[in-house]
Write a protein that binds this ligand. Structure first.
Ligand code: PMP
Length: 406
């Protein structure tokens, strides 16, 4: 594999080399979306320049080539998830749509009044609201798993909440707001013991460490391409084949049928049953290129670099007067959330932006988490493989100016 060198990695990402508000850009909003390397940008533009056609029609050579690229990308995702079967990889628009697919096609049919759906208090709204919609329709309840003040799931409380009434446990692998890495393998095992299915939201995990869905033991695993150096508009739902086979379709339309007549319609085999309409062909190919890109590295080297950035940031924060860290889980990746004493997060974010430093501020689509931690929101710096210690220095220099200003 390619030896990790952060300067060479930075050279792969054209967007990083610009000034913003007169300063060299420091992009620390990677949990919102990652930047794209040239290889991904080129894969998308080459596809439109040389191959664009609709897939699975077998009508002509361009269509055959587009189909080969599109299905080749599916094979890359299957390998990326630890060697899953091709039928188990369903293209979606992203993590949000994947959760809604499971809610629509599995939960609505298998969850009844009195049943319980467990979600953690750390979740992104996209891993709460789809289940609330199911609960409203079915009379089931969505119950939050408590967390500790450090931002870790309270495993003892989880054990106590598990019962045969629990039909689904929906867990984020990594918290987008705090970076907490949840002990999902252990939690899945406990869920199985009471017969509950498990859905894991991997949106914030896939860019940071390797995923093997068969080892994790979950029933469903979802992620978005754009958080993994790929394009927006494409994501993946992985599900166990035996389970997907029993599920109702999601959207109705072309591609998802086997035969259609007014006497009755039969549905296509997996994974096409869940892929109605013309898919995001270029998006899937772009995501395949992103997986190729990340696969050229030793993942452990990338993780070590990100861990160094996080530790460096934590150390610098300890010397920053008035800074209060939010969420200090033992196991975390990629995220440093904080508040400056007496300042609103959005003011801090705006003043950082004026100095060329891009962070995210607010509730991070995790309002129940903000309520639990009793904060109005946070300032979130989130790291990727192309960030440097020098950029974290820029963040803290900029924060000193923010403090003078506020
Ligand atoms: N879950 C988590 C943990 C996320 O961070 C995000 C994106 N912020 C999502 C789900 C939703 O992903 P998308 O908007 O790409 O569907």
């Amino acid at each position: 594999s390619r030896v990790f060198d952060v300067d060479q990695v930075r050279a792969d990402f054209p967007i990083l080399h610009q000034t913003v508000n007169g300063q060299p850009l420091v992009y620390l909003d990677n949990a919102a979306t990652t930047q794209k390397p040239d290889s991904v940008i080129n894969a998308i533009s080459d596809y439109y320049r040389t191959t664009n056609a609709n897939v699975h029609r077998g009508a002509h050579s361009l269509s055959d080539r587009a189909t080969a690229l599109f299905e080749g990308a599916r094979a890359k995702v299957a390998a990326f998830l630890g060697g899953a079967a091709l039928e188990e990889i369903i293209w979606t628009r992203g993590t949000t749509e994947a959760a809604n697919l499971v809610a629509h096609s599995w939960a609505r049919y298998n969850i009844q009044a009195g049943d319980v759906i467990l979600v953690s208090n750390l979740e992104h709204h996209s891993n709460i609201v789809p289940w609330q919609l199911v609960a409203e329709e079915t009379g089931a309840k969505v119950l939050p798993l408590p967390i500790t003040d450090l931002g870790e799931i309270d495993l003892e409380a989880y054990r106590q909440m598990l019962s045969p009434a629990v039909k689904l446990v929906a867990l984020g692998h990594v918290s987008n707001a705090l970076g907490t890495v949840n002990p999902v393998a252990e939690m899945i095992e406990l869920a199985k013991a009471v017969g509950a299915l498990t859905y894991v939201d991997g949106a914030q995990a896939v860019a940071h460490f390797e995923i093997d869905v068969s080892k994790l033991g979950a029933d469903f695993y979802a992620f978005s391409g754009h958080k993994l150096f790929g394009p927006t508009g494409i994501g993946v739902l992985w599900g166990r084949k035996a389970l997907l086979d029993t599920m109702a379709p999601f959207h109705g339309g072309g591609e998802m049928i086997e035969t259609c007549s007014f006497a009755g319609t039969t549905f296509n085999r997996l994974p096409y049953k869940f892929e109605a309409g013309t898919p995001d062909i270029a998006g899937a190919i772009g995501l395949g290129a992103a997986i190729d890109y990340i696969s050229t590295f030793n993942r452990a080297e990338l993780a070590a670099h990100e861990e160094d950035l996080l530790n460096y940031c934590i150390a610098r924060a300890a010397d920053c007067e008035g800074l209060v860290a939010v969420g200090e889980a033992q196991q975390r990746v990629g995220v440093f959330s904080f508040l400056l004493d007496g300042s609103h997060p959005s003011d801090v974010g705006m003043l950082l932006d004026q100095q060329g430093v891009a962070v995210r501020t607010g509730h991070h689509c995790a309002q129940p988490l903000m309520a639990r931690l009793q904060v109005p929101g946070t300032v979130r710096a989130s790291f990727s493989i192309y960030n440097t210690r020098a950029e974290i220095d820029r963040l803290f220099e900029a924060l000193e100016k923010v403090k003078q200003f506020l």
